[in-house]
Ligand binder design. Structure first.
Ligand SMILES: Cc1cc2nc3c(=O)[nH]c(=O)nc-3n(C[C@H](O)[C@H](O)[C@H](O)COP(=O)(O)OP(=O)(O)OC[C@H]3O[C@@H](n4cnc5c(N)ncnc54)[C@H](O)[C@@H]3O)c2cc1C
Length: 450
């Protein structure tokens, strides 16, 4: 069987009305292996296909910023499905409950794959609660997580080759199928939230409104594709040299779209293939495939990916050795959240995240390192970093979020020269930023947004 596909229970096919694709982590209708698999199954069984999505206001740490972006994407999903004569069933109940209810009349259910604990738990619960088969199709990575490696990897250097040798196997193109039995008029025993009216839904779901939506990012596959095309044409030629420069805009901004599954990494990979070979292309693939899929490896194989105890032993030991070192600056969480530190670069990074919904990649490292330096202890720093990252970044609550924060505390890194507070964990300072980059340009850019 294709390595992207796993059967999650042992149930028999049911003689029921329809086939269901339970959409959860791959919120798109293009380049979606799970949707295409579901269409093929429905055609094989001569049944219509329904696509179902459960909208919960209780996803940990999600707020108006995240929901608005997600709903913009789901609006597009619904319109695209209508064009393909497939009904989109959006319900205001948590994903696993929506799946269990709709499965009552399903012959078979297909689901995409998520890597976080909550996403895995939802699938387990559905697999155990329904009568029909639940089939999982992995489509948010290039190389399926268990094919990439059977264990938690130490670092990018230990997973790189394992992924690279399988790229040809997992980058073949994905055919789009036509559904034979239309489902738009299928009668359902429950009401759905379609058409999608975003303000009404936010109100209805009582979403946490403390973090507003941002103007700079509109959700949806169409928007993601437009940005990608612009990136490849105008920015990719400078990616290798300039992507780390905080004052510049040379990155792809794909992370919010990847996080919600609004764009497929395989689609991005194929678009890049059309660009001429260069160091820039290689660097981008290193980020998109190796670094990103190392994050999936971490959260999939490490049960404690979101806890301080999940960090490598050497890092916890060296940080513990320096727990009582004097901290020259200590800030409360409120002071950090309000960007009220003595450090203009850190404040700019924090403001960038709060105001735009996305902090520059290089500044995320510096930002996380300074929280270690300015907190009472490393455990507190870990919790604060995750909290702020996931609250304000549109791409927060992603495998990359947990891995990026853990990296600041030594994960996927090696020991460095021992120093105060950090022990052997890598340290970063403002002088380093100034040596490498025009930091005033960055500060001015962000201050211009205030
Ligand atoms: C402390 C810290 C926190 C982070 N939090 C998040 C987060 O919440 N969500 C998130 O998606 N990423 C996070 N990252 C990883 C990285 O910074 C972002 O993925 C990147 O900045 C996203 O911007 P982009 O899409 O414009 O990146 P580009 O440079 O254009 O890269 C393209 C894609 O490659 C992947 N990528 C790039 N850099 C990394 C990396 N270092 N590790 C893994 N994948 C990478 C991302 O999927 C990204 O969208 C974090 C990193 C650190 C150090």
């Amino acid at each position: 069987m294709d390595a992207r596909i796993q059967v999650l229970n042992e149930n028999e096919l049911q003689d029921n009305r329809y086939v269901v694709y339970w959409m959860q982590s791959s919120q798109r209708t293009e380049y979606n292996h799970a949707l295409e698999y579901a269409i093929v199954e429905a055609n094989k069984l001569s049944k219509p296909l329904l696509v179902c999505f459960g909208l919960t206001a209780e996803f940990p740490e999600a707020n108006t910023r995240h929901y608005t972006f997600m709903l913009e994407g789901l609006k597009e999903v619904q319109a695209n499905l209508v064009e393909r004569e497939i009904q989109f069933v959006l319900r205001a109940i948590s994903p696993e409950k929506a799946a269990i209810e709709i499965a009552q009349l399903a012959a078979v259910m297909i689901v995409d794959r998520g890597y976080l604990r909550i996403e895995r738990d939802w699938r387990k619960e559905v697999a155990n609660s329904i009568e029909c088969p639940l089939i999982q199709v992995e489509t948010n990575v290039i190389v399926p997580v268990e094919s990439a490696s059977p264990k938690e990897e130490y670092a990018a250097r230990t997973i790189r080759k394992k992924i690279q040798v399988q790229l040809d196997t997992f980058t073949s193109s994905l055919e789009e199928n036509k559904i034979q039995h239309f489902s738009l008029n299928e009668d359902l025993p429950f009401s759905t939230l379609v058409p999608i009216d975003i303000p009404i839904l936010l109100d209805h779901l009582q979403v946490d409104g403390t973090v507003p939506a941002v103007d700079g990012f509109k959700g949806g596959t169409g928007e993601a594709k437009k940005r990608l095309a612009d990136f490849i044409e105008r920015k990719l030629p400078f990616f290798n040299d300039d992507r780390n420069k905080p004052g510049y805009d040379v990155v792809s901004d794909m992370s919010p779209y990847l996080h919600f599954g609004q764009i497929s990494p395989l689609y991005i990979f194929h678009q890049l293939q059309a660009a001429s070979p260069s160091e820039n292309k290689e660097s981008y693939i290193e980020e998109l495939v190796i670094r990103r899929e190392l994050s999936m490896n971490f959260v999939f194989y490490n049960e404690k990916y979101d806890q301080y105890v999940g960090l490598p032993d050497w890092a916890k030991e060296t940080l513990a050795d320096h727990e009582s070192d004097e901290r020259k600056f200590l800030y409360t969480l409120k002071e950090l959240e309000k960007a009220g530190t003595h450090d203009p670069y850190w404040n700019a990074a924090q403001n960038e995240m709060v105001l735009t919904g996305k902090m520059h990649g290089y500044m995320r490292m510096y930002w996380g390192k300074k929280i270690i330096e300015w907190s009472q202890n490393s455990k507190e720093a870990f919790a604060r970093s995750l909290y702020l990252n996931n609250k304000y970044n549109l791409d927060g609550r992603d495998p990359n979020s947990f891995t990026g924060i853990a990296w600041c505390f030594g994960k996927h890194d090696h020991g460095w020269k021992e120093r105060e507070i950090f022990g052997k964990v890598r340290y970063m300072n403002a002088k380093g930023l100034e040596r490498k980059f025009d930091m005033q340009k960055y500060v001015d850019k962000i201050n211009g947004l205030l």
